[in-house]
Ligand binder design. Sequence first.
Ligand code: ES4
Ligand code: ZN
Length: 326
Amino acid sequence: DVSDDFIAGLPKAELHLHIEGSLEPELMFALAARNRVEIPFASVEEVRAAYAFSNLQDFLDIYYQGANVLLTVQDFHDLAAAYFDRAAADGVVHAEIMFDPQTHTDRGIAFGTVIDGLSSAIHEAQARHGMTVKLILCFLRHLDEDAAFATLEAATPYLDRITAVGLDSSELGHPPEKFARVFAEARRLGLKLVAHAGEEGPPDYVRQALDILHIDRLDHGNRSLEDPVLTARLAREGMTLTVCPLSNLKLCVVDDMRDHPIDRMLREGLRATINSDDPAYFGGYIGANYRTAVDARGLTRADCATLARNSFLGSFLPDEAVAAHL
Ligand code: ES4
Ligand code: ZN
């Protein structure tokens, strides 16, 4: 009895969204043509057919390739504007979106180009949809700590537009401790801290994110459930988990949506939320992620309301704004 209209009508915050992962194949083709960039696909259908992944790295290889069509301020604007329109249609009233500056600066795109395009789309979303938006700068964890420090340095002129730093890309072999110092510096600068952990990595990576990085929010966190002591701690500390069901299925973090742990997370007292991660690659936006969780795990309307409430509690909005959304 949880209809699509109920899901879309539930005001919600999106807390785990990579803006580069919202690049739909149609826009990829349009930008490739506009910028005269070669892409290794003949058609939109061919692109979609390539989106069959067996793990995180499989996906990342194609995701970084897709980002090559993004060159100008207008491109970043168009990318983000398309996401905000889709999110608004799904009942998103607040979005905290991640971007990967190194994916662009390593191709010779200026940090300012990326953030100026995103900023203009954010202003438009505020005007058009009444949506509030915050930006999370993610460090690519397959690159080294010096590169992360250089990225934080490049962000210095724009820190008033950045709410948090995060950690994404290839998790296995790149534990949170690798970024202890750059996260400490970000914290000193007044930024909030998030990190992907426990998506493919073991529970110890989640523990490192808590004890070494001092994160304010945990992205994914699925594998925390393998460790009952860690699970109890996350519950006790009121840590927000930004869970992404369709991502988990497409990247084989779960083998079947019927095995997804979203309801177990709620039952264990975790502050779980539902998010879309890379919606253009994983088969749907936030509404589709709620839909699949409801259908596969029998979530009720009350569960959906809890998940949406958790999204505001876990956001980086000021307390008054959180209260206004509850
Ligand atoms: C990502 Cl699903 C996921 N995991 C880690 N890093 C990422 N970057 C974009 N999507
Ligand atoms: Zn992610």
